[in-house]
Design a protein around this ligand. Structure first.
Ligand code: G1P
Length: 283
């Protein structure tokens, strides 16, 4: 499940009339990287929660027959095949969140789709660049422990108030048994500097927990608060994700992501490196 309904206020004015999830990193919308991660992790059925102003996400994963015809006429088979492969990536379903009541409420919209199965949540504005797809790492942890899994990463202590923060006891180098979770705490209230990294494996229990979750930070229904309720009844683990996480909703991170992902592309590596060295001389 990919929640992608938020306003994107941290990226205004770019997101006034277009979804932040469609902002391109190099030449590919952010959400396509996220769908690709799910597919590379073995997931075939994807539910995207959208909302008002998010139609272009649906269009992106739909066919564009006129454009395909034009590419065939121009005998541009490479681009034609690339476009067709986007439409065929996975079974993608959409539900619209009519009112923006927070991430927890967005997840609640998946209750009839996910029913009695555990499911992965990938935030639509977060790309993780890793050798083993991040969601695969999470599924592996779920298969080993059979519990809700939260993907976390270490952040600078000055940034704990931007994230859900977890506290827990180490089970191994990368796995923690959670004892606490707080959404965007102040430094003094933070149980650690391990931040929720936008990847989760949830169990259907989350839906009844969400029904009991009052509005929290920002007057929104917070997923972190619902997970805190689950933690009172059953255990939850966190796994430190291996890979580099990019938060596209944040302007500076977005610029850094574009550069790093551009440098990974064969056709841009040399000219982009040259350009960076050139401008770095004058910094
Ligand atoms: C959401 C979650 C937060 C998590 C973050 C990761 O916050 O509520 O717990 O740490 O995503 O990006 P948001 O960025 O939507 O404010």
């Amino acid at each position: 499940m990919i929640p992608a309904a938020g306003f994107g206020t941290r990226f205004l004015p770019a997101t006034k009339a277009q979804p932040k999830e469609m902002l391109p990193v190099v030449d590919t919308p952010t959400i396509q990287y996220v769908v690709q991660e799910a597919v590379d992790s073995g997931i075939e059925d994807i539910l995207i929660i959208t909302g008002r102003g998010k139609r272009s996400i649906e269009d992106h994963f739909d066919r564009n027959i006129e454009l395909e015809r034009r590419l065939l006429e121009k005998q541009d088979e490479i681009l034609y095949n690339e476009l067709r492969s986007i439409e065929e990536m996975a079974n993608i379903h959409f539900i619209r969140q009519k009112e923006l009541n927070g991430l927890g409420d967005a997840i609640y919209h998946a209750r009839f789709h996910c029913r009695n199965e555990p499911f992965a949540v990938l935030l639509g504005d977060t790309i993780v660049d890793s050798v083993i797809p991040c969601t695969r790492q999470m599924i592996d942890a779920y298969e080993q422990y059979g519990q809700t899994v939260i993907g976390v990463e270490t952040v600078d202590p000055s940034k704990v108030d931007r994230y859900g923060i977890v506290g827990g006891d180490k089970l191994s180098e990368t796995i923690l048994q959670l004892t606490d979770m707080i959404e965007k705490p102040s430094i003094k209230d933070a149980p650690s500097n391990l931040a929720v990294a936008g990847r989760y494996i949830l169990t259907p229990e989350i839906f009844s927990a969400l029904e009991k979750t009052p509005r929290g930070k920002g007057n929104e229904i917070q997923l972190t608060d619902a997970l805190r309720i689950i933690l009172d009844q059953e255990s939850i683990i966190a796994t430190v994700i291996s890979g580099k996480r990019f938060d596209i909703g944040n302007k500076l991170d977005f610029m850094k992501t574009t550069i790093e992902m551009g440098l990974k592309r064969d056709e841009f590596k040399a000219p982009l490196s040259e350009f960076i060295k050139e401008i770095a001389k004058n910094l």
